[in-house]
Design a protein around this ligand. Structure first.
Ligand SMILES: Cc1cc2nc3c(=O)[nH]c(=O)nc-3n(C[C@H](O)[C@H](O)[C@H](O)COP(=O)(O)OP(=O)(O)OC[C@H]3O[C@@H](n4cnc5c(N)ncnc54)[C@H](O)[C@@H]3O)c2cc1C
Length: 461
């Protein structure tokens, strides 16, 4: 019988005052009973609006119907026809703007908890004994992927299944891109990401870490000297922006990317870690996106009293509502309509405080959002030991600078068509390297599209 409850089954979570002191996962996942009960809220609409809201078009009603029957293996098969990273996407996709945003049940109540169900199915699958892996037969062609984030992993996954000899080149010492170095353990356990990567390796994907393309080897060398017939660039948008205000070069000022990398990859929060990190007694985070929420919640877990300063109001915060709610529950302070103008220093060159200017909103700017303008003479000071800049990132210019004939936008994004083809023959690109900072699922979708186009290019060459 259909479950006509207007509310989603609640997701069990760690209590806020417990979780803000540890790095373990906040959301604990549905039980089988909760998942089946939630699945019964799906009306199995004929025109599947939820599926049109999914960038990789998972047949959502079909997988949910399987969950409702208790056929979790069947549900997993439906999801993985379209998505190679369900345990990741079930956790971090902005479902409220995608599948759940289109769910008919959302008109008169809460939408079906599609993300939570996807996560449940993936976690159920991961808890089963592993089936032996059959390596696909080789088709004799060799391709290279630059970057091991979701775009690169999705591209690699599709190409290895078609028989290609696939090598991923990754600059860092750990594969996974933002999934490994950016999104904190308490939102996305790293064991899940590594399991996905091990799965690709078992199929035959080679992963060369510590390889900076453009320094260790160039795209042109990969193609001319190392026999790669086509290359996918999924190098992300990891170059942090700064405000260019006085004091940004003081000790204790981090970009959010550096701060999160030290915590996620180097486990800087663990006793005895060789990587120093200091959030101090009080930390100020500048910005209002998901990355700012992640940095703030990490600083809180390191023991700091944390304040997020954002130049617009709560209504304009770009972060996911769930992340903002979790941050507020965990005791993070928000100062809206606030813009830092200077970071002051202690005598020994560390951060002492942040001077901020009060803002007010005026007419919408080019982004369509109300424009924040400073209020003359309205300054105040926040004491801080640490400042984390989280005001956006852009693609690193290294690959463009070292690849002949690769066109980019003025802001650094690689120019690519719908299928990912760049201005250079045989070279494809996708994910944040093309769009600028976006989402995991869009990056995956771009990697999959490029894989199909690379296959067609090589087969027709
Ligand atoms: C802190 C944080 C939190 C986020 N939270 C969410 C979220 O909750 N939900 C969501 O959907 N999205 C989120 N995002 C955005 C999402 O993670 C990205 O859109 C997505 O990871 C982009 O994937 P990608 O494959 O294009 O690039 P990335 O994940 O950035 O991976 C690129 C990889 O390429 C490597 N690389 C770069 N240059 C080179 C080179 N020259 N040679 C070799 N390797 C290179 C990098 O080291 C990196 O590993 C978040 C981003 C951040 C930073």
């Amino acid at each position: 019988m259909a479950n006509m409850s207007l509310k989603k089954n609640e997701m069990p979570v760690q209590a806020p005052d417990v979780r803000n002191k540890n790095f373990s996962e906040v959301a604990l996942g549905y039980t089988e009973e909760q998942a089946i009960d939630e699945a019964k809220r799906c009306l199995n609409c004929k025109n599947k609006p939820c599926t049109t809201g999914c960038p990789v078009q998972i047949d959502i009603p079909a997988f949910i119907a399987k969950v409702a029957e208790g056929d979790f293996a069947g549900a997993y098969d439906v999801i993985t026809k379209s998505s190679s990273l369900p345990a990741v996407c079930g956790r971090v996709c902005p479902q409220e703007n995608q599948c759940e945003g289109k769910c008919v049940r959302g008109i008169k109540g809460e939408p079906v908890a599609i993300g939570r169900l996807e996560r449940f199915v993936a976690d159920w699958h991961n808890a089963q004994p592993e089936a032996p892996v059959q390596k696909p037969a080789s088709n004799g062609h060799k391709v290279a992927i630059i970057g091991s984030g979701p775009s690169g992993l999705a591209c690699a996954g599709d190409l290895i299944k078609k028989g290609y000899d696939v090598t991923i080149f990754e600059a860092l010492h750990v594969a996974g891109g933002v999934l490994s170095y950016g999104i904190p353990e308490f939102r996305l356990p790293k064991a899940i990401v590594q399991k996905e990567i091990e799965g690709l390796k078992a199929l035959g994907v080679k992963v060369e870490t510590n390889t900076v393309v453009g320094r260790t080897v160039s795209v042109d060398e990969l193609m001319k000297e190392e026999g790669f017939e086509s290359v996918f660039i999924g190098s992300g948008a990891g170059l942090p922006r700064f405000m260019n205000i006085p004091g940004e070069n003081l000790s204790g000022v981090y970009s959010a990317n550096e701060f999160l990398t030290r915590i996620n990859l180097m486990k800087a929060y663990k006793e005895g870690s060789a990587t120093p990190i200091k959030a101090g007694k009080s930390a100020v985070i500048v910005g209002g996106g998901n990355v700012a929420m992640d940095a703030a919640r990490c600083a809180k877990r390191l023991g700091a009293d944390v304040t997020i300063v954002y130049r617009r109001t709560e209504k304009e915060l770009p972060a996911r509502a769930e992340e903002v709610e979790h941050a507020m529950e965990e005791g993070i302070n928000f100062k809206f309509l606030t813009n830092p103008t200077e970071i002051t220093a202690t005598e020994d060159g560390w951060v002492k405080s942040v001077i901020c200017q009060q803002m007010e909103l005026s007419e919408p700017d080019a982004s369509g959002r109300a424009k924040p303008v400073p209020i003359d003479g309205a300054f105040f000071e926040i004491e801080a030991d640490c400042v984390i800049m989280s005001i956006g990132t852009s693609p690193n210019p290294l690959i463009k600078a070292t690849t002949a004939g690769l066109d980019t936008q003025k802001w650094g994004g690689i120019i690519a068509d719908e299928d990912g083809l760049t201005s250079k023959e045989g070279v494809y690109a996708g994910g944040d390297a093309v769009t600028g900072a976006a989402t995991v699922i869009l990056a995956m979708g771009a990697g999959k599209k490029a894989a199909a186009a690379m296959d067609e290019y090589i087969q027709n060459k």
